[in-house]
Every structure is written in structure tokens, then in C-alpha cells.
Design a protein around this ligand. Structure first.
Ligand code: 5AD
Ligand code: SF4
Ligand code: FES
Length: 345
């Protein structure tokens, strides 16, 4: 099939073979058509509204040692912090006051946050009437169940890569099967589940990325966040080549074609590689932005990769800035919490 017909097929049927996905990802000639098709599918299934999620980075302490990540435990150049539950709730209150309908709580894998502390945080935030997403890594089934019972609505846990050999190479000490167990638990417990992958890891092929997308479909993920791998100078991967903006944008577009009604964020890592990265992503399939609502002092200590955006801007400045950019391209800021609506079934 020629490439244009392949994109048409994806736009109509939302289904492609692995080899077809890889072919699209490998082809540099059809990007304009690909991005336009993804933008049409986005408009048809999730509409013109952009959902904003306020991101609180509440602890940069992590027991894991992912080779690509600046927060890995062996990176001794990081000044580590942990917010107390009351502080986390204060940030959430602030986010709610400036208009956020969802807060996302993200941290490294940090055992400091016992069940008791998590209960205080989750219940305290749910009282504010916002939707809550957790992104705190691998936990036991019992912990996921407790968070859900206390009111957590959504959970983000990227699979990072479905290539097991690459996963074990870049996530030493972690177990791919346990990560799958986590994602399946989260689905079973009734969370909206977000996952995603890194793009451009050394050794990762277009077939690997195609498998990632087919996995997102099989899992029936509600949200997919992807971004380029950006080499961090404080990690063992400092000398490696990173992913490109174009690769990441093509992934966003193909994901929208194949999972038409899910939420797809325009990620900050994409904007780190291109000053208009989030807006371009919003015009190529994405419908969510997750501005940071942490204060500048903590924000600059939460460095997964170099070039993090908005390091000097306050939460108020960011919501104003991104709101203007979104309206400038003719899109609206949603007044809803932005749960996935199954418009494709
Ligand atoms: N470049 C891009 N993304 C990264 N992440 C961690 N380190 C990097 C990096 N160097 C991503 C991982 C993780 C998410 C929170 O940040 O995919 O799941
Ligand atoms: Fe920790 Fe997440 Fe970074 Fe891995 S990617 S080192 S789990 S913060
Ligand atoms: Fe932070 Fe633009 S979104 S300054």
C-alpha cells in the first residue's frame, strides 16, 4: 500500500499492522499528511478543548536507578527534597484556585510516603473537588487499592519501552513483568490509566515503537504520554544520542490515529527540544497540557533531563502563557476534569 493510503486506512479504521506502523515511523516524506490526519481525528473524537493538569513534583527522592533519569539514586549531584503532606495539599489548593480541574502528583519512588501519609495527601486533595492523578511509580496491589479507595482517580506509569531487553538494560534492578503487573492492577482497580514510552533510546527501533503502540491498544490505556529521550549529563547515558522532536511528534500522531478517543498530552520534553513543541503537538494529535504548579525553588531540583522548560516562571505565569498560546491556535481551555470519553466505541 502506498504511504498516503496507509494513513487514510489508519484514519478510517484506527487499526494498523506492526509493519505498517514501523513503515510510517521510518518514512520522512509523509509527515504533513500524517500530522493533518491526526489533527482531524483529534477534532472528531476529543474535540477542540484542551485539558490542563497542574503538576506537583512533591519529592525528587528515588530508590530506583534508571540509566536515563537525573533523579536516579546514584546521581549524587541532586539536592533531594520531600514535601510534607500539608505542603502538597497547599500546592493543590493553589492549583485549584488558579483554575486547574485536575492535579497530578508526581515523585520518584520514595518509601517516605507511607500509607498514612498518602491517605492524608489524597483525602486532603479530594476535598478540594478536583480530579487527582498519581504518578508515584511501582507499588503493591494493596497500596494501589488503598489510594483508589481514598479517592485517586487516575494513575500514570510509563512502560518506558516494551522491548524487554532494552527495559532491563536501562532500568537495572527493575522487572518488566512487575511493571506489567502494576499496569494490570491499576486497570482492574478502575483507575484511568496513563502509560507511555521514551522515544529514541539507543538501540530502540521503529518496530519497538510500533510494539509500544500496539501494547497501548491492548492495555486499553486511557492516556498516553510520550517524549523524546534527552541525554542527561549526570547519568551513565550522558554520551548517548537522544530522540528527536520529529520522531516524538510522529509517535503522537500515530497514537492518535490508532487510539482516537484517549487523552494525549503535549509533553514538556517535546517543548525542551522545540520552543513551540507543545503547540505543534496539540496540532498533531495531542489534547492535554500539564503545566507545572510547583514553586521555582523545588522545580529546579526536579531535573529528569536537561533543558526543562518554565524553570523561572510561577504557576500563575505558566497558566497565563499556555492559555494564550492555546487560544491563539483557535482551541479552548476545558472547564471539565477531562476524563476519557469513549467516543470511539
Ligand atoms: N529524557 C526524557 N524523559 C525522561 N524521563 C526520565 N528521564 C528522562 C530523560 N532523560 C521520563 C521517563 C519517566 C518520566 C517521569 O520522565 O519516561 O517515566
Ligand atoms: Fe526514579 Fe522515575 Fe527517574 Fe526511574 S524515571 S530514576 S523511577 S524518578
Ligand atoms: Fe510556563 Fe509558558 S507555560 S512559561
Amino acid at each position: 500500500m502506498n504511504m498516503i493510503d496507509l494513513i487514510k486506512k489508519a484514519e478510517i479504521s484506527h487499526s494498523l499492522e506492526k509493519a505498517e506502523i514501523a513503515e510510517i515511523l521510518n518514512n520522512g516524506e509523509i509527515n504533513t499528511e500524517l500530522f493533518a490526519a491526526a489533527d482531524r481525528v483529534r477534532a472528531k473524537y476529543v474535540g477542540n478543548e484542551v485539558h490542563l493538569r497542574g503538576l506537583i513534583e512533591f519529592s525528587n527522592t528515588c530508590k530506583q536507578n534508571c540509566c536515563y533519569c537525573g533523579l536516579r539514586r546514584e546521581n549524587l549531584n541532586v539536592e533531594r527534597y520531600r514535601m510534607e503532606p500539608e505542603t502538597v495539599i497547599e500546592f493543590a489548593e493553589k492549583a485549584q484556585k488558579i483554575g486547574y480541574k485536575t492535579v497530578v502528583l508526581q515523585s520518584g519512588e520514595d518509601n517516605y510516603y507511607s500509607l498514612d501519609k498518602m491517605e492524608r495527601i489524597i483525602k486532603g486533595i479530594k476535598k478540594l473537588g478536583v480530579a487527582m492523578t498519581l504518578s508515584v511509580g511501582e507499588k503493591t496491589t494493596e497500596e494501589y487499592k488503598a489510594y483508589r479507595d481514598w479517592g485517586a482517580d487516575r494513575f500514570l506509569l510509563r512502560i518506558e519501552t516494551t522491548n524487554k531487553a532494552l527495559y532491563h538494560k536501562y532500568d537495572p534492578g527493575m522487572d518488566f513483568d512487575n511493571r506489567m503487573r502494576c499496569l494490570n492492577d491499576l486497570k482492574t482497580l478502575g483507575y484511568e490509566v496513563g502509560t507511555g514510552c521514551l522515544i529514541g533510546l539507543p538501540g530502540q527501533t521503529a518496530e519497538d515503537l510500533a510494539n509500544d503502540i500496539l501494547f497501548f491498544k491492548t492495555l486499553d490505556a486511557d492516556m498516553i504520554g510520550v517524549g523524546p529521550f534527552i541525554p542527561n549529563p549526570d547519568t551513565p547515558m550522558s554520551g548517548d544520542k537522544g530522540g528527536t522532536f520529529e520522531q516524538a511528534l510522529k509517535m503522537v500522531a500515530v497514537i492518535r490515529l490508532l487510539l482516537p478517543d484517549i487523552n494525549i498530552p503535549a509533553t514538556t520534553a517535546m517543548e525542551a527540544l522545540n520552543p513551540d513543541g507543545r503547540i505543534i503537538a496539540l496540532q498533531s494529535g495531542a489534547n492535554v497540557v500539564m503545566p507545572n504548579v510547583t514553586d521555582v525553588d523545588h522545580k529546579k531540583l526536579y531535573l529528569l533531563y536537561p533543558g526543562k522548560i518554565c524553570l523561572g516562571e510561577s504557576p500563575e505565569q505558566c497558566i497565563g502563557c499556555i492559555g494564550r498560546k492555546i487560544r491563539n491556535i483557535g482551541r479552548e481551555i476545558s472547564a471539565e476534569p477531562g476524563f476519557r470519553k469513549r467516543t470511539a466505541d
